[in-house]
Design a binder for this molecule. Structure first.
Ligand SMILES: Nc1ncnc2c1ncn2[C@@H]1O[C@H](COP(=O)(O)OP(=O)(O)O)[C@@H](O)[C@H]1O
Ligand SMILES: [Mg+2]
Length: 331
């Protein structure tokens, strides 16, 4: 398996580093939840953190938001150290946690006021901000509804705006749309776009590649606590996924198949080719893969193999993940 580390050199929005992480590690006994990650997030950008369940996304957010001490490494938010200057860091950040944190028995409005009061905000300003936030995410009609009575999508929207009552510049959104219906996802995306347009810095974790693709200016792909690729979505897809992902199901002797795969690997348009034992398919990532299907079938045939099924997947972040890890991101 070829391994790529991609660092995009593309210009970012602003030169101001908002989040600065250097060789960060968090071990829970023998579990290396975060295993030496380094990255920077610039002011006003949405930085996506894309990875499967258990990759280390929430652990990273918990460290950056001062809930968890790292095992080693340095993390700074607005140049304040998250371990030693937590109270300064907390002034700048808002969090939408992976699990909803509100009180079920309080109404939407009461929850927001309750969490707002944890900060020193003038009560008039807080009230008008709460009303505005409720409006922004379309919960006006639910203002007086107890949180427990809201739908899943509404609960996520409430959880998101709870993290915004103190109008922070930097937002940590931990899987904000996980498990939501498409309409609620779309509504949350629209609101995240609006926050971006107001120059908020957003650190977004997700295991949905479409979400990472649409919302992130840059993203890092994290797996087993390590960053395995980083760059703009376009850059990542171009570098690896310019090739399409092809799958072939063949009939014929196994030795012949492995021999063919080795030959196919030498084709200049082929990035990688592997036999996937469990699925009994050959997976090939290739530049202009669609246009090269015929050539590949010809090679299989010349080795006495019959191609009985062909699959083509267009260029996507899913391909990037597959190419890097040999696994699907779908969890
Ligand atoms: N408090 C903890 N104690 C032990 N292991 C933990 C703890 N928190 C997270 N982990 C483990 O660390 C790894 C990363 O978890 P997490 O950061 O929650 O991943 P993600 O948010 O990407 O799904 C997982 O293997 C998880 O089981
Ligand atoms: Mg998580």
């Amino acid at each position: 398996m070829k391994k790529f580390i991609i660092k995009s050199n593309e210009l970012v929005k602003d030169n101001h580093v908002t989040i600065d992480v250097e060789d960060l590690k968090k071990y829970f006994e023998d579990v290396r939840a975060v295993d030496g990650i380094s990255f920077q997030v610039m002011k006003g950008e949405c930085f996506g953190f894309l990875g499967p369940n258990g990759a280390g996304k929430t652990t990273t957010i918990n460290i950056l938001s001062c809930y968890l001490k790292p095992t080693s490494g340095i993390a700074k938010v607005e140049n304040f150290n998250v371990e030693t200057q937590a109270s300064e860091v907390k002034k700048h950040i808002g969090i939408c946690t992976q699990e909803n944190i509100f009180y079920n028995e309080l109404t939407v409005y009461e929850n927001l006021i309750f969490f707002g009061k944890m900060y020193t905000i003038d009560s008039k300003i807080l009230k008008s901000r709460v009303i505005e936030l409720i409006k922004k995410v379309g919960l006006e009609k639910k203002r007086k509804t107890k949180a427990e009575k809201l739908s899943g999508g509404m609960k996520r929207r409430l959880n998101l705006i709870i993290g915004l009552v103190h109008d922070p510049d930097i937002l940590f959104l931990d899987e904000p749309t996980a498990g939501l219906d498409p309409q609620s996802r779309r509504m949350l995306w629209d609101y995240i776009f609006e926050l971006k347009s107001r120059n908020k810095t957003i650190f977004l974790t997700t295991h949905y590649m479409d979400e990472a693709d649409i919302l992130s200016d840059r993203l890092a792909i994290i797996d087993h606590g390590k960053i395995i690729a980083e760059g703009t979505p376009e850059h990542l897809k171009e570098t690896i996924g310019k090739g399409d992902l092809l799958t072939f199901k063949t009939e014929g002797p196994k030795e012949k198949l492995l021999e063919s795969i080795n030959e196919i690997k030498t084709f200049d348009f082929v990035l990688d080719a592997n036999y996937i034992e469990e699925e009994m398919i050959t997976r090939i990532s290739a530049m202009d893969g669609l246009g090269k299907v015929g050539k590949i079938i010809k090679r299989f045939s010349s080795n006495d193999l019959q191609v009985i099924d062909v699959g083509v997947q267009r260029n996507s972040l899913e391909n990037v993940f597959l190419t890097l890890t040999g696994r699907s991101l779908r969890v």
